[in-house]
Design a binder for this molecule. Structure first.
Ligand code: ZN
Length: 380
């Protein structure tokens, strides 16, 4: 106990985490101790059970999750860090364009592609790096990014990620030659099937499968007519499905694909809102992406509040969508996405006494519906 008292005293000064620093390093030069105890309200396990207890972390790995009282180095609401299942981080070079249609914004000759094509490598790398740091700052520990620009575009993202303690899954996109898939990609990330020649899509998918890579594709955003074609390539992940009807969703459930919903993006582009309740009742693995950074910040807090109030009045399900479900879709659930012994300690501690959270009747509901990055006391 003596060492713990010392550690607590050392950490008494106000702290904040350096988003670009190595994992477990706090600002002001304080290192986290090898054994760290977090106590208070724990959102524990893959079912996100709320319990009063504590979490023991040893060398960055969760060692124990226990019920009961124990003095910890930090006391608050202890949650798994978020997983942002779908981003386009390079789009952050041109934030908040005028309101415009989906085709004008992200279509093959839309604003996004014109801007990306004319941007220098240095600007793209800097912009992506800032956005990824901001994701860390807002409690995200892992993300899946659709990286355009062929293998060179993927190289730029790898440069942007250097030294940042975030897990990533890169979904690359060949430009002309379907063989042009960067070896560092976890998968291919395709636009709607309507944007390509059918033969090209089939060839890209065939090569991706040969190389052991996943297949992710946008579908059901501008309309529902591309959903059947998307399902025909047997994707692992479908993005959007905001226009899908119940029969489409039944087919998706049968396929076993995960679905990433991006409702903030859908509001901007007027692409409708996804029927998440139906998706969940069909037992689809539904996760959340902040999507295009031109139109959205990377903060998952904004999505949680929107989804819980407008689409799914079930805080636990919404929280799972932003943590363990995303980890499952990105093949990371063995390592992160929940507070379980043996997993990496990618956790957030919220200050339950903050001006914003004090008075909460339900910690999980408050995290989902109200919390802000400024309520974060610690994230590792
Ligand atoms: Zn997208």
């Amino acid at each position: 106990m003596h060492r713990l008292e010392e550690d607590v005293n050392k950490l008494e000064a106000p702290i904040s985490c350096d988003p670009s620093g190595p994992k477990g390093t706090l600002a002001m030069g304080h290192e986290l101790p090898d054994e760290l105890i977090l106590s208070g309200t724990v959102i524990a396990g893959e079912d996100m059970v709320v319990l009063d207890g504590y979490v023991v972390i040893e060398n960055g790995i969760i060692k124990e999750v226990c019920e009961g009282r124990e003095r910890g180095h930090f006391e608050g609401i202890i949650c798994p860090a978020f997983v942002n299942a779908h981003t386009h981080v390079a789009d952050s070079i041109a934030k908040d364009p005028p309101f415009m249609s989906l085709a004008d914004l992200v279509g093959p000759s839309g604003l996004k592609h014109r801007i990306l094509e004319s941007a220098s490598d240095e600007r793209l790398v800097e912009s992506m790096r800032l956005s990824i740091s901001e994701m860390l700052n807002t409690g995200t520990c892992a993300f899946g990014d659709f990286r355009e620009g062929g293998p060179h575009g993927v190289d730029l993202l790898i440069r942007a990620l250097e030294g940042l303690e975030i897990r990533s899954r890169i979904f690359g996109r060949p430009l002309k030659d379907p063989e042009d898939i960067h070896p560092a990609c976890w998968g291919v990330g395709l636009s709607s099937t309507r944007d390509y020649d059918r033969g090209f899509v089939e060839e890209v998918v065939r090569i991706a499968r040969r190389e052991g890579k996943r297949v992710a594709i946008h579908a059901g955003e501008a309309g529902r007519d591309d959903i059947e074609g998307a399902l025909a390539i047997e994707p692992d992940i479908l993005i959007h499905l905001s226009r899908a009807d119940l029969s489409d969703l039944r087919s998706v459930a049968e396929s076993g694909a995960s679905v990433v919903v991006c409702p903030r993006s859908n509001l901007f582009t007027r692409a409708g809102l996804p029927d998440i309740k139906a998706m969940l009742s069909l037992e689809i693995n539904v996760c959340v992406g902040t999507d295009n950074l031109m139109i959205n910040s990377t903060s998952i807090f904004r999505d949680m509040e929107l989804i819980s109030k407008a689409l799914v009045r079930d805080d636990r399900q919404v929280f799972m969508m932003c943590t363990i479900n995303g980890a499952r879709a990105l093949g990371m659930d063995e390592r992160l996405g929940s507070i379980d012994p043996g997993k990496e300690a990618r956790v957030i501690v919220f200050d339950r006494r903050s001006r914003n959270l004090k008075g909460s009747l339900n910690p999980l509901a408050s995290i989902v519906r109200r919390a802000e990055p400024s309520d974060i006391m610690l994230r590792i």
